[in-house]
Design a binder for this molecule. Structure first.
Ligand code: 5RP
Length: 228
């Protein structure tokens, strides 16, 4: 069970519950990662226990463990499209562009999001910003010559900090490192400029990927974009 201590937890949970209303029997569902996505996974598990037939694709080892514990049938491959993916975010702007990856799962999350017919964010109110860049952009990089990769990112005007884990540098599920990079201003060109640096595997800027965001707030749910 996820602990629900704070108002933010209740907002995350209500956003997740609203997203569960988009699920239909027969769907292939992408499961995001993080404290908000966990509420969705738990809720989907309840629906499955009541007879809903779905299969899920997970975005992390953590979500895999939670999905299995919730009795959700998993699928390892897909040759066409995922029907619906529901995931959290660290920052969401009014255009539903977002920053993801504070939980370290950004690479698999981006692959799954791009493979999805509908990609819906769920979040509490604190994640909504006027402009992306309140916090750092997570960037997954190859460990090989990582300091050179970090230098390349600094040349773009970023301030990269190697993410720490419990026993040394944090490692993603893919065995890579994460740099948390603060930028003075974020624009859409940053996507291509980051990808032009050898050693950068993926970054947490999701431009034009999400179709909608369900945001839980003190006075209820609001939806950015179209739930479809
Ligand atoms: C993990 C993510 C998460 O979705 C994001 O960090 C939001 O997490 P939370 O719901 O715990 O605030 O991108 O890589």
């Amino acid at each position: 069970m996820v602990t629900q201590g704070t108002a933010a937890e209740a907002q995350k949970q209500s956003a997740a519950e609203r997203a569960l209303g988009l699920v239909r029997s027969g769907m292939v569902i992408g499961l995001g990662t993080g404290t908000t996505a966990r509420y969705f996974i738990e809720g989907l598990g309840r629906l499955v226990a009541n007879g809903l037939q779905v299969q899920a694709i997970v975005t992390s080892t953590d979500s895999r463990r939670r999905a299995i514990a919730s009795g959700i049938p998993l699928r390892e491959q897909i040759d066409s499209q995922i029907d619906l993916t529901v995931d959290g975010a660290d920052e969401i702007d009014p255009a539903i562009d977002c920053i993801k990856g504070r939980g370290g799962a950004l690479l698999r999350e981006k692959i799954v999001a791009h493979a999805s017919r509908r990609f819906v964010l769920i979040a509490d109110d604190s994640k909504v910003v006027d402009r992306l860049g309140r916090g750092p952009v997570p960037v997954e990089i190859l460990p090989f010559l990582w300091e050179r990769t970090s230098y390349g990112i600094a040349q773009l005007g970023g301030d990269p900090v190697l993410r720490a884990g419990p026993d040394g540098p944090y490692r993603t599920d893919n065995g890579n490192l994460v740099l948390d990079v603060r930028f003075e201003g974020i624009d859409r060109d940053l996507d291509a400029r980051l990808h032009a640096i050898p050693g950068v595997i993926e970054h947490g800027l999701f431009f034009g990927v999400a179709h909608a965001a369900i945001v839980g707030g003190p006075s209820g749910i609001r939806v950015l974009g179209e739930l479809g």
